[in-house]
Design a protein around this ligand. Sequence first.
Ligand code: HAM
Length: 420
Amino acid sequence: MINFSPPPGVEDIFPETISSWQFIERSVSSFFPLYGFNEIRTPIFEYTEVFSKCIGEQTEIVQKEMYTFEDRGGRSLTLRPEGTAGIIRALNSPGQSDSKRVYYIGPMFRGEKPAAGRKRQFHQVGVENICQPSPELDAECIIMLTKFLKRIGIEQWTLKINSRGDAADRLNAGNKLKEIFSRLKPQLCEDCGKRLDRNVWRILDCKNPQCAELSLSAGNIGEMFSDTSNQYLDRVLAFLKQEKIPFEKDVRLVRGLDYYAHTVFELTHGGLGAQNAIAGGGRYEITSPGSKEAVYGVGFACGMERLLMAASSENRTSISRAPVSVFLISLGESAKKLNLAVAENLRDNGISAVADFENKSLKSAMRLADKLKAPFVLIRGDNEISKNTVIIKKMSDGTQAEAPDNELMQYFAKFISEKI
Ligand code: HAM
């Protein structure tokens, strides 16, 4: 039989869990505007250079993980592996928008090896604040992220923070690191052997224990940076302290995207296993293809799948379907006609209703009502029709009452408003 399940690392999101996704989405759209951020929606695919140039030709994402294809005109296109590059491209398009603070929610695509919490299609919520370098704004970004996490029930995170210095620092420190690691090359793992030429910084956050040990011997990267860069990070840290945001300074935190300058940070969560980063971000300097000027900004993105895992490990989000308040059962054709009108009337009055019009037996219709967790079941048969009434069953205690048809709306409105 043909297997029609999605490809590895790609998942359906079913109605049983959608309310948790929507809860996060609603929290995003109610919370980020408090900081002056508005939503932006950029294309799912872009010209490949938008990503390769912004994220960096030598990064793992660009080298190994992008879904790149040619369109019929022979142009190279790529499914977005992250949000920042496309947003900078969009906001940099002349005459399109003067927005400086934007947030986004949507799918991203990376051809990584699928694992728990690591998908090939995953979803991010993120923000970008287009602004000149400012430790206050970097701190604000991190504070906003931690408050957002609190809103969605995630409090047990660890924040790691570091500086990537400015361009001159990176050149200087990069050369020093190359010198140090060239001497250690025989002891590095195979990947780091390649990183030595391609992207020496990534050796610093290699997960291989021997490389981790060797990278500690490379010393404190901060000491290779200028005083100005170190003072910049110190100011960010001072603001975090002022707002009582706990952090760990991690000199080995580099991040996998090359656009960062100055502050970089990552939040991990203990409830997740190996793929434990729930959010990452930092300050960046990006020159989009076709543009001569760098755009400065600061932002972050959270993986939504991982947020849901973290929230449920803290037992804070309830996963449930949208509630149905009234389930209507029709015993016979004439009852269906009347129940169809009542169901519409309930919905017009803001009361959710589902009617069974599939000629189910009373028993199986009741089973469905139970599954939908409807607090009320309305039953109508020929006997009720002759009296212009219906039977209302209250599922919480199993009691039944007969109610006149013309008092139904008042009846449900009363119970439901008390319940809500
Ligand atoms: P990133 O660290 O590559 O940063 O991704 C941010 C978050 O997306 C990660 O912390 C993780 O939660 C989630 N994520 C990444 N890859 C996967 C995957 N394969 N499966 C599931 N979740 C994943 C960025 O994307 C930057 N654009 C963040 C940023 C915004 N920096 C500045 N502004």
